[in-house]
Design a protein around this ligand. Sequence first.
Ligand code: ADP
Ligand code: MG
Length: 283
Amino acid sequence: SIPLGYFGGIGLASRNGILVKGANFLDVITKIDTLVSDKTGTLTKGVFKVQQVETAIEKTDFIRIAASLESYSTHPVAKAVVESAGIIELAKPTDVEEIAGHGLKGNVEGKAVLAGNTKLLDRYSISYPAELGSVVETIVVVAVDNDYAGYFLIADQVKEDAAAAVAELKTLGISTVMLSGDKEAVVAKVAGELGIAKSYGGLLPEDKVRIVQELKNKGNYIAFAGDGVNDAPVIALADVGIAMGALGSDATIETADIVIQNDQPSRIASAVRIGKITKSVVY
Ligand code: ADP
Ligand code: MG
């Protein structure tokens, strides 16, 4: 049975915008030693903007074709590409396939189109300028009828309180590990900005599950925080699953034990503090 004091803890959390789905999670969260966090949308704003467009074909054609395909997806990078098209009229893509961790494949105006990261083009053996490999920003590379057609350089920003959240968790004895499907160079840069010692990029959803499982096997007590539909399996696997509620997908919010309603990562540290306060009241 759960001591009554925990209900007070849930109320306190709720007044701080932290939805706790069961009193036991306030206890469990005091035991965690590692926060594993998704990058995009969790530690960064997840609102990408196109900064630059480099094309090998006519620029308006390039933007129209790429944005038409991306209009199929709700991925944050896809939204940026669609937004960059502005008033350019888009076509309805057909035969679209979303390839997890890579991007999209489909048909636009009778052309076979790919839009995603360089891994996507590698997969279809389409060559692209070598310098794309050293761009330390997120890019969406596009191929049209099996030829490289250009890329969008897009940028996200770290959340205002993300570095403070990482530092505060550290004082609470919790180290942060960042996981992302985004490219390694971008992930390492963001980790540096946030003071995160351990980060992994280029991951597929199943890689995230494997890393959390390995940390658990080593005896770590894990909280996982994420926002995307792909994050639901890891949220379920973690000792405490945390979802970002404002931008998060329904599946992650459903699966999570704790929902951060305003998406501020610093509220994860608040949840730990509330757990500790509650425990000290209960015992
Ligand atoms: P994450 O949420 O950690 O970025 P995802 O698996 O959603 O992980 O995406 C991994 C990478 O795959 C993205 O960073 C992006 O490079 C690429 N990607 C995924 N979906 C798309 C898309 N619709 N268009 C372009 N690139 C995409
Ligand atoms: Mg994500």
